[in-house]
Design a protein around this ligand. Structure first.
Ligand code: KG4
Ligand code: ZN
Length: 349
């Protein structure tokens, strides 16, 4: 039995500063604290790396202290510092990694570098109360979709997964964010697109092009361009000036948002169906990443899995967007295998 009891997880790969404490023996998250910089980036329509790393530096100390305080575990009782060291924005990652290394060195703790994408993949095994969801079966398919990545994985066991396919251009979340921006909305736009789509009952008005391939394949930049020219044709967007807000009616916004959501959901569903055929021994499907907050998509995938006699699990909303609980959780099974990092660990290593 391992003598390691508690993990402090740190996540600073993009525009969230997050820390969490994980109890190894009881397999549960004791605290999960997050500061989102979203308001600092919304007026730019996307994340500005320089602003992101400066903000990480300002917030990290307070966020880690809050995570320790909420967990009621003192720093001296933490055994392991787990930190995201790839992939992400270099400046943001460096803040978390440097902080983690300093804490590990000063407190004589073990250090583990965690891949952010592995964190997302296994976030489906966490329940919203932070406990471990032991009914998620292996092997399963994992659809991971956020503003930075979109990929489908075959997940064989803890830490054992292989990439089936990832987007060849934009991420799905990026498509939502960019289309929302084209219609004059702030970043991030995914939740706004879902709200507009729900108001018109998820109808497909525009029939944006689907990738009609008989292979597992993700691409979203073409849809973004199709939306752009749809808006230009309707006279509500100017390629030089951007959205012509005076002409952009509620009807156009609803039609575009709803059609976009249905289109991206169809593309996801088609890819999952193809993967289920290709990997008939998978027991279930998981859906993770910021886009997995989308209730319409969750419901569609749940129904599709039911029809195919597969289990379906979406990560709880507090584990969908970037968080440190998933980083600490991944570290817990690395600890069981004795996998640690050196203090010379670098970003992207
Ligand atoms: O995982 P995340 O917090 O950060 C990244 O690593 O990107 O994901 C944020 C992304 C954004 O693109 C946002 O628009 C999208 O997740 N998102 C949604 C919804 N809520 C957030 N996309 C679709 N529907 C939603 N309800
Ligand atoms: Zn992420």
């Amino acid at each position: 039995m391992s003598k390691q009891n508690y993990i402090l997880g740190i996540e600073t790969s993009c525009d969230e500063t997050a820390a969490a404490v994980f109890d190894i023996k009881n397999r549960c998250v004791l605290s999960n604290v997050l500061y989102s910089q979203v308001q600092q980036h919304e007026k730019y329509g996307g994340v500005v790396p320089e602003i992101a790393s400066r903000s990480q530096l300002e917030k990290i100390d307070g966020i880690i202290s809050a995570a320790l305080e909420q967990s009621k575990i003192s720093f001296k009782d933490i055994d392991i510092i787990a930190v995201t060291n790839k992939p992400g924005l270099a400046g943001s990652l460096l803040v978390g990694l440097s902080f983690a290394k300093a804490l590990a060195w000063a407190g004589n703790k073990k250090l583990i570098g965690i891949n952010h994408l592995e964190g997302h993949i296994f976030s489906a095994l966490l329940k919203s109360d932070g406990s471990f969801n032991e009914v998620v079966p292996f092997p399963h398919l994992c659809l991971s979709a956020s503003g930075g990545h979109t990929a489908l994985y075959l997940v064989k066991n803890f830490g054992e997964y292989e990439l089936i396919a990832s987007t060849i251009d934009d991420a799905a979340g990026e498509a939502f964010d960019k289309v929302a921006k084209m219609m004059g909305y702030d970043y991030p736009g995914g939740a706004t697109i879902e709200r507009l789509a729900q108001e018109v009952n998820f109808q497909d008005f525009c029939k944006f092009p689907r990738t009609k391939r008989n292979e597992i394949f993700f691409s979203f930049s073409g849809i973004k361009t199709a939306v752009l020219y749809n808006l230009v044709k309707r006279g509500v967007y100017d390629l030089a000036q951007g959205p012509l807000l005076a002409h952009l009616t509620d009807q156009v916004r609803h039609e575009v948002a709803s059609s976009l959501l249905v289109c991206i959901t169809d593309i996801f569903e088609n890819n999952i169906k193809l993967a289920l055929k290709q990997y008939p021994n998978v027991q279930g499907v998981t859906f993770v990443g910021g886009v997995a907050c989308n209730k319409y998509m969750r419901e569609r995938f749940a129904k599709m899995c039911q029809r195919n006699q597969k289990l379906f699990f979406a990560a709880p909303p507090n584990a969908c967007t970037d968080n440190a609980a998933m980083i600490a959780f991944v570290a817990s099974y690395k600890v069981a295998e004795g996998i640690y990092s050196e203090l010379t660990l670098d970003v992207f290593e």
